[in-house]
Ligand binder design. Structure first.
Ligand SMILES: [Cu+2]
Length: 148
């Protein structure tokens, strides 16, 4: 290897090292503090960039909504129902006979392994019960609280 080639290789290596240090330096520069992640604490209600309060409820083979209770503020709400069951079909609705609501939107059927969502607006504080129409008798129910 000629001295010239060796010097070029060394220069290239040195340059890449400097570059890597510089990039690494950018990564380690102080980032603005992230807002506290309250979602994990309060049952996974998050507010998306569109301002809609969003929560995912998981229902498996145990006839439960996870979480079964959550709290939102008055405004727009988007609920995603994730059917993690292997056999069961689930649904989600706020029937007027169990819920003092006028939420007519519902998810009528979610097959095992499927995901569906509904979106609505709430304005009146209170407790809004919801059910899985297939398994209400087995306790597949939940409560959404609209905070004052
Ligand atoms: Cu169900």
């Amino acid at each position: 290897m000629s001295l010239f080639l060796a010097a070029r290789r060394w220069m290239a290596l040195a340059f890449m090292t400097v570059l890597a240090v510089a990039i690494g330096g950018c990564d380690s520069s102080p980032e603005p503090p992230e807002p506290p992640d309250t979602a994990a604490v309060e049952g996974a209600v998050t507010v998306g960039p569109d301002g809609v309060q969003t929560i995912t409820l998981i229902s498996g083979d145990d006839y439960r909504f996870l979480p079964a209770e959550f709290t939102v503020a008055p405004g727009q709400v988007r609920i995603t129902l994730d059917n993690a069951a292997t056999q069961l079909t689930h649904s989600l609705a706020f029937p007027p006979d169990v819920s003092p609501s006028n939420i007519v939107e519902s998810i009528s059927v979610v097959a095992p392994g499927e995901v569906d969502k509904l979106e609505f607006t709430v304005s009146t504080p209170g407790e809004y019960a919801f059910i899985c129409s297939f398994h209400e008798a087995l306790g597949h129910t939940g409560v959404m609280t609209v905070a004052a």
